[in-house]
Design a binder for this molecule. Structure first.
Ligand SMILES: Nc1ncnc2c1ncn2[C@@H]1O[C@H](COP(=O)(O)OP(=O)(O)O)[C@@H](O)[C@H]1O
Ligand SMILES: [Mg+2]
Length: 250
């Protein structure tokens, strides 16, 4: 509204990339494979918890993942292994959002891909979060930020050429599905059973410090940190110029 060029996604992509339920329905529209999930509102949970618990049990089973629909950094995300932990997980997620999403557990590798560009987005070589300690059941807040030594980020991810290309194409399609611009990091699972690729989420504001995954993936793809920042700024101006082509009055 201030007519100032800025780095990254616009309002629509930013908000769709924030809401895991909305994002998933856009992915389905774009023909991208997602995991089984259900969602409900905090008020529905308060009014009839038994109905929601039944639905989760029959449609998803255990273990399952419970998340606030609009958050990040694994805040409010829990792995529920039975009914008691499920109730606790939903109560926790409901403190962070009015919308809650529950997903089946996807057992597999966690692969990420970085996107850079506006109307012609490019995909980096994918990276992988490798978990050394099985006790780190998933990438929770501590594993992401406390440097526990349980996980490390490996780039490029050791994947076949075919799988690398497939993930890059899917990451670009996901970016276009939310009408992204500038940058995004797209996160996938490659299932242990069958090696299928399932898209987990797209992050429109990925970590951008020198130790974050997003710049590491570009570094491995031949774009240094300094070049990356320069490119992001150029893309902001490019988008601003493109937007200026639109008439805003008769
Ligand atoms: N359906 C799932 N199956 C298995 N692990 C999951 C699932 N959903 C999330 N996780 C684990 O939880 C982490 C955080 O979930 P994610 O959806 O990425 O939320 P956030 O937006 O907080 O990063 C993931 O990186 C992964 O380790
Ligand atoms: Mg995530």
């Amino acid at each position: 509204m201030a007519d100032v060029p800025y780095v990254g996604c616009g309002v629509l992509a930013s908000s769709c990339g924030m809401d895991k339920v909305m994002m998933k329905s856009l992915f389905v529209q774009a023909g991208l494979p997602i995991c089984k999930h259900i969602w409900f509102l905090r008020s529905q949970w308060k009014n009839d918890p038994a109905k929601i618990l039944r639905k989760i049990k029959t449609e998803l089973g255990f273990p399952c993942f419970v998340k606030p629909a609009n958050l990040g950094s694994s805040v409010g995300v829990s792995r529920a292994k039975d009914k008691d932990s499920l109730v606790e997980a939903i109560d926790l997620a409901a403190t962070y959002d009015r919308k809650i999403i529950v997903e089946e557990e996807v057992v597999g590798r966690e692969i990420e891909c970085a996107i850079l560009g506006n109307d012609e987005p490019q995909a980096s070589l994918p990276g992988e979060y490798v978990v050394y300690d099985e006790a780190a059941r998933f990438l929770d807040y501590t594993e992401k930020y406390a440097n526990t030594g349980n996980v490390s980020f490996v780039v490029p991810a050791p994947l076949s050429k075919a799988l690398t290309t497939k993930i890059q194409r899917m990451a670009i399609r996901a970016f276009q599905a939310v009408d992204g611009s500038g940058l995004a990091r797209v996160d996938f699972f490659v299932t242990r059973k069958g090696g299928e690729v399932v898209i987990n989420e797209l992050n429109t504001l990925p970590g951008l410090t020198e130790v974050s995954g997003y710049p590491k993936m570009w570094e491995a793809s031949g774009v240094s940190f300094d070049k990356l920042i320069e490119k992001l700024i150029e893309l902001a101006f490019e988008r601003h110029r493109e937007k200026a082509l639109t008439k805003t009055s008769r």
